[in-house]
Design a protein around this ligand. Structure first.
Ligand code: PRP
Length: 210
């Protein structure tokens, strides 16, 4: 049996992913233990699992360090790495939005030169420049992006909205929706050829468990 290495996204998606993989017949007991280990193995299945920061998952998959990755479609769009996107896992659902104070709505409508803060500069650039044909100033932040409009760094943000409570609690609102987001399975392009049978079976087992 060919070896298979899977890169998982640390945090919100990890538990849901392992639940799904277990249901599909690909459990990893080692991962349930409380430890500082980074790589986990299921010897019977000849599979390795590792957890990494979301934006690194497509990198591991593009370079073939992982055959398969499970990651949000926001990160796939932002990172623009080479990999096949093979399955929508239909969890981790949220929306990529333009958000800000209600007063910023007018700036968006009149295509003013505004400042946009985001952890997703590529998505923000693509949306404003290519979809809306609006020239904006994009400022990359690394987290707590909602601070941008609150402290006067930016007029609006482009960020993920799940329950909407972060926006609500900070007096901000969704002004426009960029796209829907969910967790996806991606596959290294060479692995897809070299381990075709094993990976095709893996995809269909996971699809059946959805
Ligand atoms: C994400 C996102 C929003 C929040 C949205 O941040 O950037 O801030 O979750 O979720 P909600 O609509 O349910 O409130 P995350 O928790 O990943 O932290 P970060 O902003 O520090 O990256």
């Amino acid at each position: 049996m060919e070896e298979l290495t899977i890169a998982l996204t640390k945090g919100r998606l990890a538990d849901r992913t392992m639940e799904l993989l277990t249901k599909a017949g690909y459990p990893c007991e080692e991962m349930k233990e409380d430890s500082r280990k980074l790589i986990f193995r299921n010897e019977d299945l000849k599979m390795n699992f590792f957890l990494s920061k979301g934006p690194d998952v497509p990198t591991y998959v593009e370079y073939g360090a992982a055959d398969i990755g499970i990651v949000g479609s926001d990160i796939i769009m932002e990172e623009q790495r080479r990999a096949y996107e093979v399955l929508d896992l239909r969890f981790g659902k949220c929306r990529m939005c333009v958000a800000g104070p209600e007063s910023a709505r007018e700036l968006l409508q009149h295509h003013e030169m505004i400042r946009v803060a985001s952890k997703y500069p590529n998505i923000a650039r693509d949306y404003f420049y290519n979809t809306k044909m609006q020239t904006v100033d994009i400022i990359k932040l690394n987290g707590s992006v909602e601070l941008g409009p609150l402290v006067g760094l930016s007029d609006v943000i482009v960020d993920i909205v799940e329950t909407g409570s972060t926006l609500r609690e900070n007096g901000l609102t969704v002004l426009e929706t960029v796209c829907d987001i969910s967790a996806r399975m991606i596959v290294n392009q060479v692995s897809m050829q070299m381990k075709a049978e094993r990976i095709t079976k893996f995809i269909s087992d996971v699809r059946a468990a959805l």
